[in-house]
Design a protein around this ligand. Structure first.
Ligand code: SDX
Length: 431
C-alpha cells in the first residue's frame, strides 16, 4: 500500500489517502480536497482522473491488454458467443448452461418490437442518420416498457437487459430497412442472436437470407470485441446520465449519442471514407499520411491512436485476423483492404506515429468486415452500438448498485467576467 500522498500549497500541507486497484492501478483520493484546501483539481478530458471503481473491464494500454471480468479477450476468439459474454459482463461470472439458455430464451421472446413502435419508423425520412433513429427508438422503449423505469431486483434487471439487448438488434435492422425502402422482416425465433440480426437485415418476404456460419462467428466476435472498454466517452455518458437515477433506456440513448462522434464510435465510418478517398485516386497512402502528420491539415489517420492504448489495440489484431478469414471465406477482394494494409505498414515504421505510440485501434479493420458482409457504411456505428450495449448495461448496473451512488457533478475553473451589472436596453443602445 503506497501510504498517503502529501500536497503542499499556500503554506499548508495536506495528507491525501491513496488506493491501489487489483492490477496495481494507483490513485490519490481527492474526494475531500476542496473541503480541506479550497482547491479543486483541473483535468480537461479527465485523462488523469478515475471517476469510479469498477470490476468489469481491465485495460493495460502500455501492454495492449484487454480483459472482461479478468478473462483476456483473445480467449473468446475460438468460440465467439456474444450473448455469453454479455451475460458475463453484466453478472460478473460465466453463466451456467441453464442460465445462458434462460437468458437466450428471454432474448428470443423479446426480439419483436411493439407494433405501434414499428410504425414510428415510417415517420423518419429515408435518409435519416441511423444513429439518430437508434438513439430515438431506444429512448422510445421507455414509452412501451414503463415497468422498467425503476429496477425492483436482479431478476427484474435481467429481464430489462434482455429486452434492451434483443430489441436494439431489431431497431438497428429496421433503421436499415427503412433507409433502403424495403419491408421490415420479423425476427425468427429459431435463429441465434447474430443470425437473427442478419436475417432481419437482409431477408426479404420472398427470399430468406441464408446465414453463413463463418460470418455468424465473425459477427459474434466483432460484437464481443466492442462489448466493453472501461470508462470510454460513451460509457462515461451512460454512467453520468444514470447517476441522476434516470432509467436505463434514457442512459443508453445518451450513450448512443456520445458514440456517434467521429473521434469515438464514428471513427469506423471515417476510416472507410478515408480509404475510399485514397482508393478514388484523390491521394496516395504516402500523401495521406503526410496530411495526417501536418498540423495545419485537419486530416487524421482515422482508426489509429487511442487515449489509453499506447500499443497495438488487442481488438485490432483480432479484427484484422477476422477480416482475413471473412475475405477468404467470401472469396472477396477489396482494394480498400490493400490500402488499409499499406497505411498500417507505412505508419508502423513512421517516426511520427511510432514516437506518439499511435497504433491501429478497434475501428481500423471493423468497417472492412462489415462492408464484406454487406452492411453499408452509414450502419457501421450502429453495429458498434449493438456490440457496446452489454457493456453500457453492466456499467450502469454497477453504478446503480453502489449504495453511495452520487450524482456526477464536476466542478469548473471559472474564467468569465467578474461581478457585472444589468444595463437596461435604452442605456445599451450604442451612442
Ligand atoms: C474508440 O476510449 C475508448 O476506449 C474508445 C474506444 C472504445 O472502445 O470505446 O476504444 C473506441 O473511440 C477508438 C478511437 C477511435 N477514434 C479514432 O480512430 C480517431 C483518430 N484518433 C484520434 O483522433 C486520437 O488518437 C484519439 C481521439 C483516439 C485519442 O486522442 P488523444 O488521446 O486525446 O490524443 P491527442 O489527440 O492528444 O493526440 C496526441 C498526439 C497529437 O500530436 P502532438 O500534438 O503530440 O504533435 O498524437 C496525434 C495528435 O495530433 N494524433 C494523431 C492521431 N491521433 C493522435 N495524429 C494523426 N492521426 C491520428 N489518428
Amino acid at each position: 500500500m503506497p501510504g498517503n500522498a502529501t500536497l503542499s500549497v499556500d503554506g499548508q500541507t495536506y495528507e491525501l489517502p491513496t488506493l491501489v486497484g487489483s492490477e496495481g492501478e494507483k490513485a490519490i483520493d481527492i474526494s475531500k480536497l476542496r473541503d480541506r484546501s479550497g482547491y479543486i483539481t483541473y483535468d480537461p478530458g479527465l485523462g488523469n482522473t478515475g471517476m469510479c471503481k469498477s470490476s468489469i473491464t481491465y485495460i493495460d494500454g502500455d501492454k495492449g491488454i484487454l480483459r472482461y471480468r479478468g478473462i483476456p479477450i483473445e480467449q473468446f476468439a475460438n468460440h465467439p458467443n456474444f450473448i455469453e459474454v454479455a451475460w458475463l459482463l453484466i453478472n460478473g461470472r460465466l453463466p451456467q448452461p441453464e442460465e445462458l439458455a434462460g437468458f437466450s430464451a428471454k432474448l428470443t421472446a423479446n426480439a419483436p418490437l411493439h407494433e405501434a413502435m414499428r410504425h414510428h419508423f415510417e415517420g423518419f425520412p429515408v435518409n435519416a442518420p441511423p444513429m439518430a433513429v437508434v438513439s430515438a427508438m431506444i429512448s422510445t422503449l421507455a414509452c412501451f416498457h414503463h415497468q422498467f423505469l425503476t429496477i425492483e431486483d436482479d431478476a427484474h434487471f435481467e429481464e430489462l437487459a434482455a429486452r434492451l439487448i434483443s430489441k436494439v438488434r431489431t431497431i438497428a435492422a429496421y433503421a436499415y430497412k427503412r433507409s433502403q425502402g424495403r419491408p421490415f422482416i420479423y425476427p425468427d425465433p429459431r435463429l441465434r442472436y447474430c443470425a437473427n440480426f442478419l436475417h432481419m437485415m437482409f431477408s426479404m418476404p420472398y427470399d430468406q437470407y441464408l446465414v453463413d456460419p463463418d460470418i455468424e462467428d465473425a459477427l459474434n466476435l466483432i460484437f464481443i470485441l466492442h462489448a466493453d472498454h472501461e470508462q470510454n466517452c460513451s460509457t462515461t455518458t451512460v454512467r453520468v446520465v444514470g447517476s441522476s437515477k434516470a432509467n436505463l433506456f434514457a442512459s443508453c440513448a445518451a450513450g448512443v449519442s456520445a458514440l456517434w462522434g467521429p473521434l469515438h464510435g464514428g471513427a469506423n465510418v471515417e476510416v472507410m471514407e478515408m480509404l475510399d478517398k485514397i482508393h478514388k485516386g484523390g491521394v496516395t497512402p504516402e500523401a495521406y499520411l503526410a496530411q495526417a502528420k501536418d498540423k495545419s491539415n485537419p486530416a487524421r489517420l482515422m482508426g489509429f491512436g487511442h487515449r489509453v492504448y499506447k500499443n497495438y489495440d488487442p481488438r485490432a489484431k483480432l479484427l484484422q485476423q477476422a477480416c482475413e478469414r471473412v475475405f477468404a471465406k467470401l472469396k472477396r477482394k477489396d482494394p480498400l483492404l490493400d490500402i488499409a494494409r499499406k497505411l498500417e505498414e507505412l505508419a508502423l515504421k513512421d517516426p511520427y506515429f511510432v514516437d506518439r505510440k499511435l497504433y491501429p485501434n478497434v475501428d481500423f479493420y471493423s468497417g472492412l468486415i462489415f462492408r464484406a458482409i454487406g452492411i453499408p457504411t452509414e450502419m457501421f456505428t450502429v453495429m458498434f452500438v449493438i456490440g457496446r450495449l452489454p457493456g453500457w448495461i453492466a456499467q450502469w448496473k454497477e453504478q446503480h448498485d453502489m449504495e453511495s451512488g452520487k450524482i456526477v457533478r464536476p466542478r469548473q475553473v471559472y474564467t468569465g467576467k467578474t461581478i457585472n451589472d444589468f444595463v437596461p436596453m435604452e442605456q445599451r443602445i450604442k451612442a
